[in-house]
Design a protein around this ligand. Structure first.
Ligand code: PLP
Length: 461
């Protein structure tokens, strides 16, 4: 057997052992930064080390600090997990090691993005001609979508931001919901647009459409509105039909953060939450959350391919780019990256592996598990669910901030399940996100029992 074959075989065994251990291992590893540092530290290696040794030492040093994010018992943040087909496709992505920037250095990488684009716009109910960019996550998807927005709204008033920049440009009005995700603010900052004006939200975190309409009526200026489909805490959806109406009358660009919530579109039971979303101008989502693609993988869609392309494209004398004549896709035209990983393969594999029905079931199973959790957790004395559970997110707390923190810390330390904390409406709360394809009744019931056990140890005060 050749050396590389031997190495890859053994690495595949290590990977399979890890994946198989996900059901048993602590969700958060019992480690410290010092211990990890000690295991991984050392002087800069002067001499080469055998690949085999590098890998086994990496495993020995790093695995103790790996969080079992792929486990069905992980309820923190909004994470997702690697579907087998997507994980395998991701390995092949590294193996083939294509440069997916332009067609000539990754023909299949380019075509797979075109096919996945068609599947995705159909699944998510977006306009058929919407353009797509495959980026690292929703953060960069916001940068891309909002760059297209910036280009478009300034072009509308006769300003070429690509040529003339922002110095001296007509000001752009930016309106965002009070509870938008922080990545929206950073995207605007990176684009030189500064801090947005916030529009009031209701108690679930939904932008108030009447407040938006009022704000829009104040002046007419090039305007970008950022709405949200799926609040990271409550899972709430901004009222998209009313927001789309207001944006239409004001000729404002509507950008929607659908990092996880946009996937409600695949379920007849939850589709009503995203009604009207197809009327937006740009959309962002993650494949590494609900679609169960390994990190990192985000998507941006734009209803104005020309503006999207104008905001992103680059050319150089040595690049071989298609001007659209052969219908060939060059990713440099659609994302802020140049050389890049062929992220489309894993997205394609996840979609192919689940199919429309598998994806619908996955989304519904997660939402059902969240509803089950919400229903059962309130049977514990002092526990209170504080959001309307509309999707896969639950927010709950105990009577006081102290008791909430204390119980959560004990549950986290025990390592059987993992939840993160947050604050909502000025009080401490515990976040529950069901976004892993493994999570079902068993995991939910285990989680509720963990809270029951530790709540019993912490007297109400
Ligand atoms: C996760 C999330 C983001 C950020 O996405 P990344 O993939 O981490 O860049 C933005 N908005 C919402 C609503 C999210 O849930």
């Amino acid at each position: 057997m050749s050396e590389i074959r031997d190495l890859l075989r053994r690495t595949a065994e290590i990977a399979a052992d890890y994946v198989e251990s996900l059901d048993e291992r602590p969700v958060f590893p019992p480690t410290t930064p010092e211990a990890l540092r000690q295991a991984l530290d050392g002087p800069l290696p002067e001499e080469p080390v055998e690949a085999d040794e590098v890998v086994s030492e990496l495993v020995a040093g790093a695995e103790p600090g790996v969080v079992a994010l792929g486990s069905g018992r992980y309820f923190g943040f909004v994470i997702g997990g690697g579907l087998p087909a997507a994980l395998a496709a991701d390995w092949l992505t590294s193996t083939w090691d294509q440069n997916a920037g332009i067609y000539p250095i990754g023909p299949s990488a380019s075509v797979v993005e075109q096919v996945a684009r068609e599947w995705l716009v159909e699944l998510l109910g977006l306009p058929g001609e919407a353009s797509v960019g495959f980026v690292t996550g929703t953060q960069l998807a916001h940068v891309t979508g909002l760059a297209a927005a910036r280009w478009h709204v300034l072009d509308d008033v006769g300003w070429d931001v690509g040529r003339d920049g922002l110095t001296g440009s007509p000001p752009i009005r930016l309106l965002v919901g009070e509870q938008r995700h922080v990545t929206v603010d950073r995207a605007l900052r990176l684009l030189g647009l500064g801090a947005p004006t916030t529009v009031a939200a209701d108690e679930q975190g939904r932008m108030r459409a009447d407040a938006l309409a009022e704000e829009l009526e104040r002046a007419s200026a090039p305007t970008i509105v950022c709405a949200q489909a799926g609040d990271v805490n409550t899972g709430a959806f901004d009222p998209l039909p009313e927001i789309a109406d207001a944006c239409e009358s004001a000729r404002a660009w509507l950008h929607v953060d659908g990092a996880f919530g946009i996937w409600a579109a695949v379920s007849p039971r939850f589709r009503h939450l995203v009604a009207g979303i197809e009327r937006a101008d740009s959309w962002t989502t993650d494949a590494h959350k609900w679609l169960q693609v390994p990190y990192d993988s985000g998507l941006v869609f734009c209803a104005h391919p020309e503006s999207h392309r104008n905001a992103m494209t680059v050319t150089a004398s040595y690049l071989i780019q298609d001007e659209g004549s052969r219908g060939v896709r060059d990713a440099v035209d659609w994302v802020p990256e140049f050389s890049r990983r062929a992220r489309g393969f894993a997205v394609y594999a996840a979609l192919r592996s689940l199919g429309r029905s598998g994806l619908t079931q996955l989304v519904e199973r997660c939402c059902d598990a969240a509803a089950r959790f919400a229903e059962r957790i309130v049977a514990i004395e002092g526990a209170e669910v504080i959001n309307e559970v509309v999707l896969n997110q639950v927010l709950f707390r105990f009577e006081s901030d102290e008791r909430t923190d204390d119980i959560l810390a004990r549950v986290q330390a025990a390592g059987r399940v993992w939840f993160g904390g947050t604050s909502w409406d000025g009080r401490k709360a515990i976040r529950v996100s069901v976004s892993n394809w493994h999570t079902g009744d068993e995991e939910v019931d285990l989680a509720v029992e963990e809270f029951r056990a530790y709540a019993g140890q912490v007297p109400a005060r």
